[in-house]
Design a protein around this ligand. Structure first.
Ligand code: AMP
Length: 336
């Protein structure tokens, strides 16, 4: 099938990154073994960027051994994305493989630390990062709405290769997820240009949205809990706490704690909002926080509280509820 002409905004990115893209294409062609990585506690964009790229590699390089790894999600896998592969440690020994890391830049957030063994690393991401993990081949644009948007740029510009419906659908899910269905301020004309190219492959848009946003009855109960227990600080920071016992009662795990955080997104007088979820698994913190804001840049507060992220969507952590007042104070003072 003849490839249709690239949208000028997509072609422009290819032109601006010509040297980098060529370096990445060459690395892909050089390695016969490739593993695609994503971030821990994956969301639509982590899965979408990883699985879009993985599918593209399988489609276009059937002779290569390609894998994807990372922790699963309680409701997305295997319904929306396939369950992760489990590769034994021996597989990584010797490092004769290419690691492509999607939607994450900080070492400690990469879902499988064995990426470190790779002889060559490529990173495709839209998060500000503390230390570059792929010095020779990092495609980083913190203005992009989603890492999937960047993966799509790379793949749509790949000479002579085809983006299948399945790969395009994964990337589209990532873009829709991280742009909040094209609502967040990171959404640009380029986001729409890429999305148009993805939709043009012909996957079923309606079925895709149904699959993405399907909820179960437990989810309704947890929304009910959130709506009847949230609090609002003096200057309009809404928040809710989900201690372990409540999660058990609601039949949810920590990864679902942020599921309803955007219930507060369009409320007059609420400037920022967060879910504060007890997460007993990690060794060095106890509560993970998802922060969102209408306009203000909350990423600095997130960084102060052992996290990071984007201007209007960030994550942070506190060790115990002793820090809650101080954390909320920092956020609240943005609006004083
Ligand atoms: P979340 O609240 O987990 O959906 O995260 C919101 C955004 O902040 C996502 O883009 C995350 O990748 C990013 N983020 C969350 N936690 C951290 C962290 N500890 N460090 C850096 N970025 C984070």
């Amino acid at each position: 099938m003849k490839k249709s002409a690239l949208h000028p905004l997509v072609a422009e990115v290819g032109k601006a990154n010509k040297k980098l893209f060529r370096t990445i294409y060459k690395a892909i062609e050089r390695y016969s073994k490739i593993v695609v990585f994503r971030h821990i506690k994956p969301d639509f964009d982590a899965f979408g960027s990883q699985m879009g790229l993985y599918t593209f590699l399988k489609d276009n390089f059937p002779e290569k051994e390609v894998h994807f790894v990372g922790d699963n999600h309680p409701t997305f896998t295997p319904r929306l994305f396939p369950t992760s592969e489990t590769l034994p440690n021996e597989w990584f020994k010797g490092g004769d493989f290419l690691a492509i890391i999607c939607d994450v830049g900080d070492d400690e957030r990469i879902a499988d630390p064995r990426y470190r063994h790779a002889r060559y690393k490529i990173k495709i991401d839209h998060h500000p990062c503390k230390k570059e993990i792929a010095k020779r081949a990092s495609f980083l644009d913190t203005e992009a709405a989603a890492a999937s948007e960047l993966v799509a740029d790379l793949l749509l510009n790949y000479p002579g290769k085809v983006l299948s419906q399945e790969a395009a659908r994964y990337l589209y899910i990532g873009i829709v997820g991280d742009s909040g269905r094209f609502l967040f301020s990171s959404t640009s004309p380029h986001t729409f240009a890429v999305s148009e190219a993805l939709i043009a492959t012909g996957f079923d848009l309606h079925e895709t949205y149904l699959a993405m946003y399907e909820k179960n009855i437990d989810s309704l109960h947890s929304l009910g809990y959130v709506l009847s227990h949230f609090k609002v600080t003096e200057h309009g920071v809404a928040y809710y706490l989900l201690p372990k016992e409540v999660q058990e009662e609601l039949h949810i795990t920590p990864i679902l704690g942020k599921e309803h955080v955007n219930a507060f997104s369009n409320i007059a007088g609420i400037n920022a909002w967060c879910s504060i979820t007890e997460d007993p698994q990690p060794k060095d913190y106890c509560w993970r926080i998802s922060i969102r804001s209408k306009r203000a840049d909350i990423s600095e507060v997130a960084r102060k509280w052992r996290g990071g992220g984007h201007a209007q969507a960030s994550g942070a952590r506190i060790e115990s509820l002793d820090d809650l007042e101080s954390f909320l104070g920092d956020l609240d003072s943005l609006f004083a």
